[in-house]
Ligand binder design. Structure first.
Ligand code: ATP
Ligand code: MG
Length: 183
């Protein structure tokens, strides 16, 4: 399973629909300060189910919606689509019946987030599990934020263990065990 495209609409500074092809291998994003490089990585983490406003550098989840500029009014929603190539059929079993997967997350002011997987309504948990099992989740060490290395060094052992579990691809199992214990 590979990322193939990231589409943003009304997400942070990306007010106009923006389509990004993610090719094989290493992708570099270059641009002047404040042009939106970190916003792109946040969009990627957000569509995979990130729910901590602090990870989005905001006070609340609605802060990801384009807030307006001198010449443009604010938007009422933000939407990010992540297209995945699954021609190698390595997606987790529950999602493994298609060559391509389109994950869409949309947030509307006062109405919260909704997710779709190939056009079907799904829960946040379904999307989080898809990526947790594929070891690329919203909290995955594959995405390294500015300042995150220092955070990792200073982290408490329990937090560091979570990061290692996600890297090992077992955080989905951990979540399922937690849910089973609650039942
Ligand atoms: P640097 O090189 O300094 O790290 P960067 O390319 O990573 O910069 P970002 O932090 O991604 O830049 O983008 C910051 C820009 O995004 C700022 O201009 C900020 O005003 C804008 N921005 C953030 N959230 C919103 C929002 N909700 N609505 C509109 N603009 C936003
Ligand atoms: Mg940045």
């Amino acid at each position: 399973m590979q990322f193939s495209r990231l589409r943003l609409n009304g997400f942070k500074s990306f007010v106009d629909p923006t389509d990004l092809v993610i090719a094989d291998g290493l992708t570099g994003v270059v641009g002047p300060n404040g042009c939106g490089k970190s916003n792109l990585l946040e969009a990627l983490r957000w569509v995979m189910g990130e729910n901590r406003p602090t990870a989005m550098r905001g006070g609340g989840m609605e802060d990801v919606i384009f807030a307006g500029a001198a010449s443009r009014p604010a938007r009422n929603f933000a939407e990010v689509t992540l297209a995945l190539d699954n021609t190698d059929r390595t997606a987790p079993a529950a999602f493994n019946d298609a060559d391509a997967l389109d994950v869409v997350r949309r947030i509307t002011r006062d109405a919260g987030s909704a997710y779709k997987l190939n056009g079907r309504d799904v829960r946040a948990r379904d999307v989080q599990m898809l990526f947790a099992d594929a070891s690329t989740g919203a909290h995955s060490p594959a995405l390294v934020r500015q300042g995150q290395i220092a955070e990792l060094i200073n982290a408490k052992p329990q937090r560091r263990r979570r990061i290692l579990e996600e890297a090992a691809g077992i955080s989905g199992l951990y979540q399922r065990r937690h849910e089973a214990e609650l039942k």
